[in-house]
Design a protein. Sequence first.
Length: 103
Amino acid sequence: MKLLIVLSIKEHQERVASLLQDAGVKRFSVTDIVGYKRKKENLGWFAINSNAAKTNSIMLFSFLEKEIADKALAEIDSCNLETENPFPVHAFILDVENFSKLF
């Protein structure tokens, strides 16, 4: 089992949800977060147009089978390449070693 975590600006929530749906993700959770950037440097993660940026963002997450998580990551990468957005969607996949079982 994998944990897919996706970070995006709040304005792109519907687009990200659509990408997940296209990848076969049937359930996910969303939470609001605020991203901060204090230094004027490009780490490949946050936007580079400000040295004191504060961004209203979202974090989406879902527990998935590996194949669906990989497909979601590929959908996100393709979308980022096509749109050349200054606020790209970021995603990563973590291994879930164990989890509680329902009886």
